[in-house]
Write a protein that binds this ligand. Structure first.
Ligand code: SF4
Ligand code: SF4
Length: 149
């Protein structure tokens, strides 16, 4: 059972596992292949998704075993959330770690799980699976997300 607006008065470290997991809006953005500029260190997102991402629901097809199956999968933990540059600016973990609030489209705010899709934040309908893309083609698939609100 989630307490009302727990994210407004609890730090990330104080949250229960259930609260922690509920922060994920289900956007699927962290499951996209990324490229890093070797000179600047800047991270670029592509529209090429991990083969385990369900492109319709934007959820992982094997969440319990994701870390064994996909070594590059990000394990978000309280103490590292602020340092995970790969997370998009819209991500609740990154936002809260940066001292921001949850956006008005977040499912915890709206009470509607699909609000992340309706707000155009999720990757639904905008990505392809890495099963169909050669790694050498990734630079052609770089995308720039609109600023998070
Ligand atoms: S980017 Fe953040 S909010 Fe979106 S799916 Fe990944 S962990 Fe969840
Ligand atoms: S293994 Fe699952 S959670 Fe990890 S990047 Fe792939 S789809 Fe996302």
């Amino acid at each position: 059972m989630l307490k009302d607006k727990f994210w407004e008065y609890k730090s990330l470290a104080q949250m229960t596992n259930t609260e922690w997991e509920s922060l994920c809006d289900g956007c699927g953005r962290c499951c996209l292949n990324k490229l890093e500029d070797e000179d600047s260190g800047e991270i670029y997102y592509t529209n090429v998704a991990c083969h385990l991402l369900d492109l319709q629901s934007c959820s992982c097809k094997d969440y319990p075993k994701r870390l064994q199956r996909v070594p590059a999968c990000i394990k978000i933990e309280t103490q590292t959330a602020a340092q995970i540059r790969e997370l998009p600016h819209s991500c609740a973990y990154r936002r809260l770690a940066d001292g921001k609030s949850l956006p008005d489209w977040h499912p915890l705010v709206t009470g509607i799980p699909a609000s992340v899709h309706e707000a155009g934040i999720s990757v639904r309908g905008r990505v392809v699976s890495e099963e169909y893309i050669h790694p050498d083609q990734l630079p052609e698939h770089i995308i720039i997300w609109e600023p998070a609100r």
